[in-house]
Design a protein around this ligand. Structure first.
Ligand SMILES: C[S@@+](CC[C@H](N)C(=O)[O-])C[C@H]1O[C@@H](n2cnc3c(N)ncnc32)[C@H](O)[C@@H]1O
Ligand SMILES: [Zn+2]
Length: 297
């Protein structure tokens, strides 16, 4: 099934070439409505690379950025997108008795978004965070969702279309090579992918780069608090998912942000093993520290 979306032309103001970070221009586009692009190409004004737009989703992922564990997990998520959608949008909210909903609302609340703000959901997957972000920014705000997996994005697109959300824009890209200009977003959220990223430090630097000065960046992923790892339930959980051994990658983030807080939590799910996580919350400084300017390829 095809879920056709359109990319609004104004989105070009946010996008840049993921390779050289220069402007993108429209190239042979098919417009469904005035200022809305269904398909075509975006061309980099510097390196000339062409990026395809299909069903309103620009593919800003050059093949050279699909490597190592990013590639392995991209393939895995492409294959399991349908099951992930059913798990996250139907089974998990029901079986957790809405504690998952409360957890996501709380992670999004940490961004401190206001009506009319522009938010980015890094690794949006099937779009599970989108309704929570939209609730905060309202109909005058804008939410960007990016992901490396075409399969996952197809489900996010389906959700956007089904809900009639007109202020969501989706892009395919690698989180470590974000296709957005510097200082664009009022809040940057990431839930559930960084543990497996090929280059975590680069992805963190990119999330900070695209946030506006003083905007918040919130990063959540699976992990069990070290103190709990030796307990009976801790040992059981670690057997069910090796990713629960993950530690928050706070060191590379600490150098770039202010007010970094790292907390551990658990989403209780009554009919299935609980979901332990860490959350890192930080603020981009008003003035950038010298060490983390983006590094074009
Ligand atoms: C566990 S899912 C989380 C999806 C969503 N954030 C959620 O909370 O339901 C992890 C997502 O990370 C994406 N991902 C993995 N590696 C990535 C990368 N290097 N860049 C961008 N997304 C990536 C996967 O395609 C997948 O959609
Ligand atoms: Zn370029």
């Amino acid at each position: 099934m095809i879920y056709e979306l359109e990319m609004r032309e104004e989105v070009l103001e946010f996008l840049c070439c993921p390779i050289c970070k220069e402007d993108l221009e429209l190239h042979k586009v098919l417009k469904t409505r005035e200022h809305e692009i269904a398909s075509g190409f975006l061309a980099c004004s510097k390196c000339g690379r062409l990026y395809e737009v299909k069903n309103g989703i620009p593919d800003l992922l050059p093949p050279e950025f699909i490597k190592g564990s990013d590639k392995r997990w991209m393939i895995a998520y492409d294959r399991s997108a349908r099951s992930y959608y059913i798990l996250m949008h139907i089974i998990m909210p029901a079986l957790s008795l809405w504690t998952e909903v409360l957890a996501r609302s709380e992670w999004v609340a940490r961004l401190g978004l206001r009506r009319g703000d522009i938010a980015l959901d890094v690794s949006t997957g099937t779009g599970r965070n989108l309704p929570f972000l939209l609730k905060r920014v309202g109909h005058k705000g804008l939410v960007f969702g990016m992901d490396i997996s075409k399969g996952m994005l197809a489900y996010a697109a389906r959700l956007v279309k089904a809900k009639g959300w007109h202020n969501v824009e989706l892009q395919r890209a690698n989180a470590a090579y974000l296709p957005y200009r510097d200082n664009m977003f009022d809040g940057v959220l990431h839930v559930g992918g960084i543990n497996t990223f090929e280059d975590k430090a680069r992805a963190l630097a990119e999330m900070v780069r695209v946030a506006k000065p003083s905007a918040r960046v919130v990063i959540v992923d699976e992990g069990l608090e070290p103190d709990k790892r030796k307990t009976l339930i801790g040992r059981f959980l670690l057997r069910t998912n090796a990713l629960y051994f993950s530690m928050p990658p706070e060191k590379p983030l600490r150098e770039q942000v202010e007010d970094l807080k790292v907390e551990w939590g658990v989403v209780p799910c009554w009919a299935m093993p609980m979901w332990p996580f860490y959350v890192m919350e930080a603020r981009k400084p008003l003035r950038e520290a010298s060490g983390f300017q983006h590094r074009p390829q």
